[in-house]
Ligand binder design. Structure first.
Ligand SMILES: Cc1ncc(COP(=O)(O)O)c(C=O)c1O
Length: 359
């Protein structure tokens, strides 16, 4: 029996989730950075052939897409790191975020950068990337003077996952004000603010181009649920097989550190997945798994290549049985919460050892 630890990627579910995201705005740029959140950059992009655009973090990711024949508009969310990257953006017809004065200095210096389609990023409260609100007017003027082509005004929400936070609408108001002010000078300018959480939970936010990420992969970013959550379809089904089973008696421990000690006779299944595959070592005893219609749970510490589950009383479960770690029956968010993280991180940290099987 070959090691069959795998992540099945359901491409039709990805497409269905994209269609759901499209409800919000006229256009949606699918965020496929970080290897499409661990789902595989190229197969994901190929499945999203009809997407209005694709967004990646950096030029390397954009060039991978172009070198694999992806023709959709591509946006680089961090813009160029140096002049060479800005030149590559012209060569490969890649849209670029402009978020810092150091980038603007490069663009203003050479007239060929007028060809670029730029997304000007304004910091409306995330305090990460983007021009400060009070310098926006001046930046727009500099761009106008240099003949740069600002296609989109964009900003990013810091707390859209929290339905109780007022920050999202505050941020939206700030960016909307700038958008309205600039209409006079940039009549073709369009707006992009929404991530998945805004698409799913903030109908007040109106923009022309949304940028859905995690929702495409079937996972909700919201701290509490919203009406769209149950419409999302899980895309990644992570499974591994039981490779050994045995019974421990009361007082016996399992695995490193003796962190779990049986209080009664317990039948244990050893599953071929561990933190070497990206399954979080922080998953505590009791983290749910699914096997042959049963919701079971982990026992003891996750090791590099294996973890243990309780299969007591399940006589039909044994070596060769397939265990779902997350996917259709176990919500990745549930596992993430027990590990003090988010589904984004679970997906992204799956290692290459896990076979991606596209269906
Ligand atoms: C600028 C920007 N837009 C959109 C997204 C997509 O966010 P989400 O995956 O929460 O939909 C991200 C993700 O980090 C981002 O950095």
């Amino acid at each position: 029996m070959a090691r069959s630890t795998q992540a099945v990627i359901k491409l039709q579910h990805l497409k269905d989730n994209y269609q759901l995201a499209k409800i919000h705005s006229q256009q949606a740029y699918a965020v496929v950075k970080a290897d499409a959140y661990g789902h595989g950059l190229i197969p994901t992009a190929q499945a999203l052939v009809d997407a209005d655009g694709l967004a990646v973090a950096c030029m390397d990711e954009a060039l991978q897409l172009r070198h694999h024949g992806i023709r959709n508009p591509i946006l680089v969310l961090e813009g160029g790191y140096d002049e060479e990257e800005w030149l590559a953006a012209i060569e490969y017809d890649i849209e670029m975020v402009l978020h810092h004065q150091s980038q603007l200095a490069i663009l203003i210096a050479e007239s060929h950068f007028k060809k670029l389609k730029l997304w000007l990023k304004v910091d409306s409260g995330m305090n990460r990337l983007g021009f400060r609100l009070n310098e926006c007017h001046e930046i727009f003027e500099q761009c106008h003077h240099a003949g740069l082509n600002i296609k989109v005004l964009m900003s990013h929400f810091a707390c859209a996952d929290d339905l109780c936070s007022e920050k999202t609408l505050n941020q939206y108001q700030l960016i909307e004000d700038i958008y309205q002010q600039q209409q006079e000078f940039w009549p073709k300018l369009i707006l992009s603010t929404s991530n998945s959480a805004a698409i799913m939970a903030w109908p007040e936010v109106r923009d022309h181009i949304s940028r859905p990420g995690i929702m495409l992969y079937g996972s909700s970013p919201l701290i509490k649920t919203s009406k769209h959550c149950d419409k999302l379809k899980p895309v990644m089904i992570l499974t591994a097989k039981i490779i050994a089973s045995h019974t421990v008696t009361a007082g016996e421990s399992i695995g490193y550190g003796d962190s779990w000690v049986a209080d009664k006779t317990t039948r244990v299944g050893i599953v071929a997945i561990g933190y070497g595959d990206g399954y979080p070592r922080s998953a505590p005893t009791g983290t749910p798994v699914w096997c042959q219609g049963n919701r079971l749970h982990t026992l003891g510490r996750v090791s590099m290549d294996m973890l243990c589950i309780d299969i007591s009383g399940k006589t039909d479960i044994d070596v060769g049985s397939e265990v779902e770690l997350w996917g259709e029956n176990i919500n990745a968010n549930e596992v993430a919460k027990l590990c003090n993280t988010i589904s984004y991180e679970l997906f992204c940290q799956l290692t290459p050892r896990v076979k991606r099987v596209y269906k």
